[in-house]
Design a protein around this ligand. Structure first.
Ligand SMILES: Cc1ncc(COP(=O)(O)O)c(C=O)c1O
Length: 414
């Protein structure tokens, strides 16, 4: 990219940064450098204000109240659902279920399928790079149903071994559940072919979009799974929010995970009949302010120049990769050519947590540890990694500071 264009973009990014108040934080004499975006993203003013304004002027319980505030609150919440539908390219808004996050979404699917779909001897296919949120719920489903887990291995670059995957998908496969993008390595998985093949064998397919949704636009119909899940807090939205999307015919047959108010049509002690989608899968009072905040996050994001954001992340990824590669004794875990702006590394002389602690003392927030991917860490025979995960509001200047701090830290630990 030309120097001139780079400067133009830096100006745009600066204007975006100004909308994220937390980025102003100072830690002692250092300006905060937030490189932990895969754990949770920061929130723009538009999101913070929407939550504030909900509690100031709209707060009421929704869907069942027959008064002014209840109607207004319901309209705002349902408008957020519609924004999500449009954002992920879902056919109908009744396919969009509000949850508390990715973990809740996968648990709802796994518990429902354990009851209605999985039988003894069936196979659930996962991958070696999954987050614990896409492993443990399936182990629980296996305990209940007698199904068994199979695992797609990964290559030394941190990509799915597609040849092995092809062989693992058989008529025994009843569920394929995999991540779109790896939180620990940044790998963008080529999921479409696998999803198609699993569906051809009659399996149900689940895509964990927790990490992909914040980096590029996705369309659930083009990707083709039966279910997709993500968390609002990684997408500039509030914590405690998430989305479970499913194809209508599949969701209609998913047994509810929670029973209670809102999800019923008629309750008798002998038998209860359930409500229509989406309410059937949304028992109890939802996180109303959170849902509205997530809608505001999506609205804010869709108003930005997506190519500017994606380009900024691409430039940052390249620069971050160069920094780690040029520091002696560091090794990147996850070297796929198809990655989002996440760089995980290990040192041959220092423990990841020591590196993270010393960086933190200089105001730089990174993540260290197993990133909820213990099987992946075992695959690479490392106790954990240091992970920097960059968002479009990060800058090359922040990476320059990081480079200097990292050199100092490695000098101290060497
Ligand atoms: C790929 C992936 N899946 C699932 C999760 C769990 O998300 P949450 O804790 O928001 O439910 C995460 C969180 O880091 C993740 O990165």
């Amino acid at each position: 990219m030309s120097e001139e264009l780079n400067q133009l973009n830096a100006g745009e990014i600066q204007r975006i940064r100004e909308q994220f108040p937390i980025l102003e934080t100072r830690i002692g004499k250092n300006q905060l450098i937030y490189f932990d975006n895969a754990a949770t993203s920061q929130k723009p003013d538009a999101v913070i204000k929407s939550i504030d304004s909900y509690y100031r002027s709209l707060n009421a319980n929704i869907h069942r109240g027959a008064h002014y505030l209840a109607d207004k609150g319901t309209a705002a919440f349902e408008s957020a659902r519609e924004k999500v539908r449009d954002f992920i390219g879902a056919k109908e808004s009744c396919e969009v279920i509000f949850t508390s996050g990715t973990t809740a979404g996968i648990n709802m699917i796994a518990a429902g399928l354990a009851q209605s779909w999985l039988r003894k001897g069936d196979e659930i296919l996962l991958t070696e790079m999954e987050h614990h949120a896409n492993i443990v719920p399936w182990q629980m489903a296996c305990e209940r149903s007698g199904a068994e887990i199979r695992v797609i291995p990964i290559t030394d670059d941190g990509e799915l071994d597609l040849e092995a995957a092809e062989k693992l998908i058989t008529e025994k496969t009843r569920v394929l559940s995999l991540m779109h993008v790896s939180n620990a390595m940044g790998t963008i998985n080529r999921v479409q072919g696998l999803i198609q093949k699993a569906k051809a064998f009659g399996a149900l397919t689940v895509l964990d979009c927790a990490q992909s949704v914040a980096h590029f636009r996705l369309n659930v119909q083009e990707l083709g799974p039966d279910f997709a899940v993500f968390s609002g807090h990684k997408l500039l939205g509030p914590t405690g929010t998430g989305i479970l999307w499913g194809r209508k015919e599949v969701l209609e047959n998913l047994p509810p995970f929670l029973g209670g108010g809102e999800m019923i049509k008629e309750v008798r002690f002998e038998k209860t009949t359930y409500n229509e989608l989406p309410f059937r899968l949304e028992a109890g009072t939802p996180h109303i302010a959170g849902g509205i905040g997530l809608g505001a996050a999506i609205e804010w994001l869709t108003q930005q120049d997506q190519s500017l954001l994606e380009n900024q992340e691409k430039v940052l990824l390249q620069r971050a990769t160069d920094i780690i590669q040029s520091q002696p004794g560091l090794r990147i875990i996850g070297t796929s050519a198809q990655k989002v702006s996440v760089v995980s590394f290990v040192s041959d002389k220092a423990h990841p947590s020591d590196i993270g602690t010393l960086l933190d003392q200089q105001g730089i927030a990174v993540r260290t540890g197993h990133h909820c991917c213990q099987p992946l860490m075992r695959r690479f025979q490392v106790p954990g990694t240091v992970r920097i995960s960059l968002a479009f509001y990060n800058t090359l200047e922040e990476l320059d500071s990081f480079e200097r701090s990292l050199a100092r830290v490695m000098g101290m630990l060497g």
